[in-house]
Design a protein around this ligand. Structure first.
Ligand code: SF4
Length: 410
């Protein structure tokens, strides 16, 4: 048995303060009860066979089969994309050779942020600023269960570098996050209860009232909120697109971005989108470095073409516009879409419940658990190195895809 320092790969907070007790591949966190980490480490790997049509096979046969499917395919989609920097790079090499399309599990919500940045730009926040500098934090409808320690580590930290004493927290939304609810007696925060439609109205009224004289504003809630914004020296606004009404979440993101721009005319405010689930930020950043385009990009024409609607996973599968989909997920057991009329490959963790339902299943290890890796943090300013902590001989996503690439000319 030994205790080691561990950087957790299971969400984009990439907590690097974890002490892990390791004993014969059993891993137990000693200083956190993060539910996502605990449930991820609890998965018991009983068998790690690759499968073809549900039947057990060996890894070379499964990779051979995948290579044949890609060569035969007229249109291949890489979906899910739960992988690290090396896995994304290897995917892009295959996508370039075989003219594939690349999307991600969180594509639907993330593209709302992409569109807003493309049209309006933005002022962005780091987690360090959030923790150590923000005197006002506005949280817009974000329970953020996908990054369970966000509140504990960055919004209500035990201490801050510059000893920030007074901090005002306002939660705007319909459902109070678990953390706030559980600690309601210990922490102080204000809750403005609004559903998505009223939230959009509220934000828009705030933005339009910023330059009004206080006496002209009759709504007390609006007035108090405006006063708070005007007294702020270093403000943060957080939001989570996936928790907003899907029909108007793009309008809300636009309104938040415009509000931040307006606020920066007299004080400092910046924003952080909490939409980093399944490491979409890592995948997206690598795509931007390598191709100049974000997720939902096709290489079918021999050069990258980006379209947030045309290259949506669900749309491509529903309309059968592809004949092969390769799902990648090396972090968790998230459900994948299987359409029996489209060949489906899953490169996933060995416990994935749908491994027998796909044409080819190739088991892979988890970055930062079974092999060394790099992942990008939620605020995109830190690329964290992660170390192998478990002794299981599973390949990584990039190793599998590099083997497929080697078979290109065979
Ligand atoms: S918050 Fe995220 S990174 Fe931190 S311990 Fe939990 S799952 Fe891991």
């Amino acid at each position: 048995m030994k205790n080691i320092n561990f950087t957790c790969p299971f969400c984009s907070l990439l907590c690097d303060d974890i002490q892990l007790e390791t004993k014969n591949n059993n891993l137990k966190p000693l200083n956190t009860s993060c539910p996502l980490l605990l449930s991820s480490l609890k998965r018991e790997i009983k068998e790690q066979f690759p499968r073809i049509n549900g039947q057990k096979t060996n890894i070379s046969q499964a990779i051979e089969n995948l290579s044949i499917l890609i060569k035969k395919s007229k249109s291949t989609l890489f979906a899910g994309m739960g992988t690290d920097i090396k896995g994304t790079k290897a995917t892009l090499e295959i996508a370039d050779i075989y003219k594939c399309i690349v999307d991600h599990f969180s594509g639907d919500s993330y593209v709302k942020n992409i569109k807003s940045v493309q049209e309006l730009g933005g002022f962005f926040l780091t987690l360090s600023e959030l923790k150590n500098r923000s005197d006002t934090i506005i949280i817009i409808q974000s329970s953020y269960d996908t990054a369970p320690r966000l509140f504990e580590k960055y919004i209500f930290p035990k201490d801050t570098i510059n000893n920030l004493k007074k901090r005002k927290i306002v939660f705007i939304g319909s459902k109070v996050p678990q953390f706030l609810y559980k600690n309601i007696k210990k922490i102080s925060f204000e809750h403005i209860k609004l559903d998505s439609v009223n939230l959009l109205n509220f934000l828009s009224r705030i933005r339009n009232s910023i330059n009004s004289e206080v006496l002209e504003i009759k709504d007390r809630r609006l007035l108090n909120f405006l006063k708070l914004l005007k007294q702020t020296n270093y403000g943060s606004i957080l939001w989570s697109v996936s928790e907003l009404d899907n029909n108007i979440n793009d309008l809300i993101v636009t309104e938040i971005t415009l509000l931040i721009q307006e606020l920066n005319k007299f004080t400092r405010f910046s924003g952080l989108s909490l939409s980093g689930s399944d490491h979409i930020l890592t995948v997206n950043e690598v795509m931007l470095w390598q191709t100049g385009f974000p997720i939902r990009t096709s290489f079918q024409n021999g050069f990258p073409v980006h379209d947030v609607n045309l290259f949506s996973t669900k749309r491509l599968i529903d309309n059968k516009e592809i004949d092969l989909v390769i799902w990648i997920n090396s972090f968790n057991e998230k459900k994948i879409i299987i359409n029996k009329k489209i060949k489906t490959v899953l490169i996933g963790i060995p416990t994935h419940p749908q491994k027998k339902n796909v044409d080819v299943f190739i088991p892979v290890g988890t970055p930062g658990l079974d092999y060394n890796s790099h992942l990008i943090r939620l605020d995109k300013v830190v690329t964290a190195p992660l170390k192998k902590v478990r002794n299981i001989s599973l390949p990584s996503v990039d190793q599998v895809l590099n083997k497929v690439k080697e078979r290109q000319f065979q």
